[in-house]
Design a binder for this molecule. Structure first.
Ligand code: CMC
Length: 391
């Protein structure tokens, strides 16, 4: 008889081999293709890192120019997709629109549906990375009821996104380079994180041989939850609810009361049992951005107080709970003028690179099998169906 291991939440199950991202959760190490994430965030652009994650090596000048141009060329979405946005209720969450519209991409691009063809896979990745900012910005415009803005392909990736979100027709709009670079850094830090819930979802859906855009839509749906990418939105809501530094001790007692159901959002991680290296970089970036933009946000002070109290509290120490990538990212997004319900779409834009790379790695692996976990059955033993009048 086969022997199975019961592993709820897959805490100790390796579902795949992968050469993309390395994490040492005890030491707080995160490497993309062997390079420390801090070095990449300091020295590279998001597009360079996207190339690295997809191709395994950093691009040289020509490769970077070529890749950058390719992504710029694919930023447009089919005109008929605009109609999809109009079909959503005016107050639809942008993540709901993102999930639906990205899924609908599977109804386009019939020229590249052969998953076995490496060229088709590459074009899918380029299209997905190029179009997701356009779709996210259109979701935002639909939400605020303003006209869509077409991509401006003379702009770099993040400037283009900011332009599509905040520019309006017939009004001049200059993208602030500080905002664009801050976004670039955040995107680098969010670009991949090995077998997290959304990436595992993309792999699981993809393992059936489904259309890759549909697999990415499944990943976006998984990302939305507050335990995963939705945490950045939840952190800002939590800071709003606490409201004042004086109320932090009260809030902390609620978090430590297991019956309250309240968690300190932006804290804790399945893999990191030490500082999340991304959180440290984001906290420094947060100070830098707020200073450069001359913003004094009391939320930063509140977040720092929460962090200080949590790090010296036995509850958090015993459970090895540290700030994660989402603890400070929302404060930066807010400083850039990005509304709270767009925080998770921002995460989705960056993580699209990782999802595409993992989908390609999986599809190209000759040992790949359909993902099909087993279960421990806890239901009734076999029994006979009684007649209706005997039930
Ligand atoms: N606040 C209070 N207690 C917590 C928290 C928290 N944020 N996170 C974990 N715990 C406690 C939990 O109650 C449990 O305690 P006990 O051992 O007494 O039952 C213990 O720590 C272990 O928690 P867990 O839920 O078994 O850990 P997990 O690995 O299954 O969950 C997590 C990881 C990230 C879902 C969880 O830490 C959490 O819910 N954090 C808040 C949400 C969040 O910030 N998510 C973003 C994660 S990073 C970005 C991303 O992946 O997208």
């Amino acid at each position: 008889m086969d022997v199975f291991t019961y592993d709820p939440g897959f805490s100790s199950t390796c579902s795949t081999k992968s050469a993309i991202t390395y994490i040492d959760g005890d030491a707080g190490v995160l490497l993309y293709r062997g390079y420390p994430v801090a070095q990449l965030a300091e020295q590279c652009s998001f597009i360079e890192v996207a190339y690295l994650i997809l191709n395994g090596e950093l691009p040289d000048k020509n490769q970077l120019e070529d890749f950058d141009q390719t992504i710029r060329r694919h930023t447009m979405i089919n005109e008929s997709l605009k109609g999809f946005f109009g079909g959503f209720r005016y107050d639809a969450h942008p993540m709901a629109m993102l999930t639906g519209v990205v899924g609908s991409l599977s109804a386009f691009y019939h020229d590249t549906t052969n998953n076995k063809d490496p060229e088709h896979r590459k074009i899918f990745a380029h299209r997905m990375i190029a179009k997701i900012p356009t779709i996210a910005a259109a979701a935002y415009k639909r939400y605020v009821g303003l006209p869509f803005m077409y991509p401006q392909n003379h702009l770099d990736y993040c400037s283009n996104l900011l332009h599509m979100m905040f520019a309006v027709p017939a009004e001049p709009y200059e993208v602030n380079p500080i905002a664009a670079r801050a976004l670039d850094v955040l995107f680098i830090l969010h670009a991949d994180h090995e077998q997290n819930a959304s990436t595992s979802t993309v792999r699981m859906a993809g393992s059936t041989g489904t259309n890759p855009y549909a697999a990415i839509a499944a990943g976006i749906a998984a990302l939305w939850g507050p335990a995963h990418g939705g945490a950045n939105e939840a952190v800002l809501k939590m800071l709003d609810e606490i409201g004042d530094v004086k109320k932090v001790p009260d809030f902390m007692s609620k978090v430590k009361d297991k019956n309250s159901g309240v968690r300190l959002m932006g804290f804790g991680h399945r893999v990191y049992k030490n500082f999340d290296p991304r959180a440290t970089i984001i906290r420094d970036e947060c100070h830098k951005v707020l200073k450069a933009l001359n913003i004094n946000d009391p939320k930063l002070e509140l977040a720092m107080k929460l962090e200080e109290i949590a790090l010296s509290d036995d509850y958090f120490k015993e459970r090895k709970l540290y700030p994660n990538v989402d603890f400070y990212s929302g404060i930066i997004y807010k400083a850039l003028g990005i509304p709270v319900n767009m925080f998770t779409p921002m995460f989705a834009i960056a993580r699209t690179v990782g999802w595409a790379a993992h989908w390609i790695e999986m599809i190209a692996d000759p040992t790949m099998r359909i993902a099909r976990p087993r279960q421990v059955y806890t239901g009734a033993a076999e029994r006979n169906v009684p007649a209706l009048d005997k039930r």
